[in-house]
Design a protein around this ligand. Structure first.
Ligand SMILES: Nc1nc2c(ncn2[C@@H]2O[C@H](COP(=O)(O)OP(=O)(O)OP(=O)(O)O)[C@@H](O)[C@H]2O)c(=O)[nH]1
Ligand SMILES: [Mg+2]
Length: 313
């Protein structure tokens, strides 16, 4: 089956506008009118990378590789430098991408279960609405479990997204045990023969042990109904988080096996370079990127496309 992949180059370019302005415009201006590529220019490029939150170590490594790659090249003009930089950046974004596409796995499990976790306000609920919409476009039957029983308005917010996507939600009154919502959602999904289950969870600080332990319980309960569940656990990270994104991911990974990352709100930040640091430092693939608040604004992450959008003139 050919699943719908949300890849829209124009929207991605538009969504990454702020980071692009800082990165591409900065690089372009630095290289314009330079007769030769000297160390000062390379240092300036490094500064630009760092200013986009690519991280000091990663930025130094990128510029070192560019320097190396250009050493044997007689053409060190602006276009060549930009092309070298682009391919080096793409190499980094491709580091954690596996050839196995999670979409293809969906056909082998019924239902395919995705647990969504992350700190408060990262964009979990919004992302679930967008994911539901994307899966629905593939003709899949989607069921959402409203596992955020902590915040009073959580059910309502999820209901609105589910309506937009045209899918069903299983919820309980606030204060219920989130594990019991997860349990009932899976039972219902089996009964209704659903293809994909998305489980929302309450935002939790990675430093709060009891809340992190709760995630373990949710997973245990899911596995009671379907021994393979969850198939995926996605950690949602706000693209504005900066360095803390690395710490958050490491902490969540201690409690639950994180199989993929979703970086949201890239449209609101000039520091979208965090995605390079994340792929460099963490052995977890980025699966999706959020580039807006609309239902169509969650795109499948594709390194080449991402780089081209960042360098699109
Ligand atoms: N611009 C933009 N805003 C986003 C994106 N993703 C989420 N948001 C906004 O971020 C805010 C928080 O989103 P939620 O989905 O409620 O976040 P959450 O992680 O579920 O929050 P809690 O359940 O309270 O922990 C909302 O105002 C969303 O519209 C995105 O990709 N771009
Ligand atoms: Mg939420």
């Amino acid at each position: 089956m050919n699943f719908f992949k949300n890849i829209n180059f124009e929207k991605l370019t538009d969504g990454l506008k702020k980071t692009k302005e800082r990165l591409f415009t900065g690089i372009n201006e630095t290289l314009t009118g330079k007769a030769k590529l000297d160390d000062t220019t390379l240092d300036e490029l490094e500064e630009i990378l760092i200013s986009c939150d690519i991280g000091v170590d990663t930025s130094i490594e990128i510029i070192d590789r560019v320097r190396q790659n250009l050493r044997s090249n007689t053409d060190r003009g602006k276009e060549t430098v930009i092309d070298t930089l682009k391919s080096t950046l793409e190499e980094i974004l491709t580091l954690r991408q596996t050839s196995e596409d999670n979409l293809n796995k969906i056909e082998n499990y019924k239902p395919f279960v995705i647990l969504i976790v992350g700190v408060n306000g990262a964009g979990k609920t919004t992302t679930i609405g967008k994911l539901a919409n994307n899966f629905k476009k593939s003709g899949l039957k989607v069921l959402i479990g409203s596992g955020d029983t902590f915040r009073a308005a959580a059910n309502e917010q999820l209901d609105i997204w589910a309506k937009r996507a045209g899918v069903e939600v299983i919820s309980k009154h606030s204060g219920s045990d989130p594990s019991s919502v997860a349990y009932e959602t899976l039972l219902q999904a089996k009964k209704e023969n659903a293809d994909v289950v998305l489980i929302d969870t309450a935002g939790r600080l990675h430093t709060k042990n009891n809340l992190m332990e709760e995630l373990k319980k949710i997973r245990k309960v899911l596995a009671k109904v379907l021994e393979y569940a969850p198939n995926e656990t996605y950690l949602v990270i706000d693209g504005n988080t900066g360095q803390n994104a690395i710490i958050q991911t490491k902490e969540f990974a201690k409690y639950t096996d994180i199989t993929g990352l979703i970086i949201t709100k890239l449209d609101g930040t000039a520091k979208g370079g965090i995605i390079f640091q994340i792929t460099k430092e963490l052995d977890i693939p980025v699966k999706y990127v959020g580039v807006g608040e609309g239902i169509d604004d969650l795109q499948n992450f594709d390194p080449k496309n991402f780089i081209n959008a960042l360098f699109n003139k």
